[in-house]
Design a protein around this ligand. Structure first.
Ligand code: KG4
Ligand code: ZN
Length: 395
């Protein structure tokens, strides 16, 4: 009997996760083991990530099955992230999923991590988008910043990449700037929480507009404005975040902030606050004591300008491609200011918009199992030879 149950496994970066999802929608469990070890290094160390995945994968999968209250014989398929991500980290999940599929005599489904992020939103919102096509998806995380046009034909989703970052991902920019200012890792949530205590207009950061590129050798180069009026021109909505990182560094040098930054980083580590979560009001309140107005203003200005840039670019693309709905996903989709701006702009454009729940914003296996559901309908299974594809693209 068809149960509609898929066990998803995700291990592309620094979260080991397993989840049982029914018919691509109801998560019966979603267990996420975050690797805290990387905080000591200020970034993800690939070798450590693989080792931690090896340690965690079995207990995490067992726990996901236990919480869901199902047996392997109840499942219809096993889904696993095949890329993009860290090769060694992906390999742990894929090898485990393959063995499990073989042992339990279940089909294996390979899922693109980015498609997973899109389905994290569709899990809850697909019904409200029922007739809306195409959808524009902004996937913003520590590793990715992409704009996709998504359409569904029957049970098959199609994606077209219409924009991406040309250098750092938005979350990476958050984390790097946070590090530059002596904040704990990962810095994105800290920046977001601290930004509320500064003046967003204090430092006027400017984002240069990326020139739209026309594909094909003979096509003339178009500025975005020109392309907007030329419907058949393949316009790109690419982004760049490396400039603002440099601008923040220059600002700290010009304002001789280095000593304060080093003192702050040491004090936060010493107090134990660096290991806390800024979403905890008490932790944030105590941490605020280590920040001067100038730094808080800088953080607020960074947040305002990055989120305005993402919002501006997303709505320019939505307008150009006639998107009928908008979805935002990935770790940075948890950002309060990005949510506020996109929600307000969507209301102005009369465009339905959806974000994942905070739990489904960051890496998790529920989104992998959800993305695998339409593939189960079309019996799109992975070969026995499935391997990690670290640079796997979508669209
Ligand atoms: O999706 P995710 O868990 O992993 C990747 O696939 O990268 O995203 C993690 C990223 C990190 O860069 C983190 O700093 C960022 O998402 N992030 C945030 C917030 N919460 C997480 N960035 C800004 N504001 C937030 N509230
Ligand atoms: Zn991700």
């Amino acid at each position: 009997m068809a149960s509609g149950l898929i066990l998803g496994i995700e291990s592309s970066c620094d979260e080991t996760s397993a989840s049982v999802v029914r018919v691509g929608r109801d998560a019966l469990s979603n267990v996420v083991a975050s690797q805290l070890i990387h905080a000591d290094y200020g970034g993800v160390v690939p070798e450590l990530a693989s080792r931690e995945h090896l340690r965690a994968i079995l207990p995490v999968v067992r726990e996901a099955m236990h919480q869901a209250g199902v047996q392997y014989s109840d499942l219809e398929a096993i889904a696993v992230t095949e890329g993009p991500g860290l090769a060694g980290a992906l390999l742990v999940g894929i090898t485990f999923a393959k063995s499990l599929a073989f042992g339990a005599n279940l089909p294996l489904i390979g899922v693109n991590h980015l498609e997973g992020h899109i389905h994290a939103v569709l899990m809850d919102a697909e019904e409200s988008f029922a007739e809306a096509s195409p959808l524009l998806a902004l996937v913003v995380s520590g590793g990715h910043t992409h704009l996709y046009l998504a359409t569904k034909t029957g049970n098959t989703w199609h994606y077209r990449n219409v924009g991406k970052t040309l250098d750092d991902a938005a979350g990476e920019a958050y984390d790097k700037v946070a590090k530059l200012l002596g904040l704990p890792y990962p810095g994105g949530p800290w920046m977001d929480a601290l930004a509320a205590h500064g003046d967003p207009k204090a430092v006027p950061f400017a984002f240069a507009q990326i020139k739209a590129k026309a594909t094909g050798n003979t096509a003339p180069k178009l500025s975005r404005e020109t392309a907007l009026t030329a419907d058949d021109d393949p316009t790109r909505y690419d982004l760049s975040f490396s400039g603002i990182k440099t601008a923040v560094r220059r600002y700290t040098e010009l304002h001789t902030m280095r000593e304060r930054i080093e003192a702050r980083a040491a004090a936060l580590a010493h107090s134990g606050l660096a290991k806390g979560k800024p979403s905890n009001p008490e932790t944030l309140q105590q941490a605020l004591a280590f920040f001067d107005t100038e730094t808080l203003d800088l953080i607020a200005s960074f947040q305002a300008s990055v989120t305005a840039y993402l919002t501006r670019t997303t709505f320019a693309a939505a307008e150009h491609f006639g998107a009928r709905g908008l979805l935002v996903s990935g770790g940075v989709a948890a950002n309060s200011e990005l949510r506020r701006r996109i929600t307000a702009e969507a209301a102005r454009h009369n465009l339905p918009v959806a974000f994942p729940s905070i739990a489904l914003s960051t890496d998790n296996a529920a989104m992998i199992a959800a993305a695998a559901w339409p593939k189960l309908q079309t019996r799109t299974f992975a070969p026995d030879t499935l391997e990690p594809t670290p640079q796997l693209r979508l669209g």
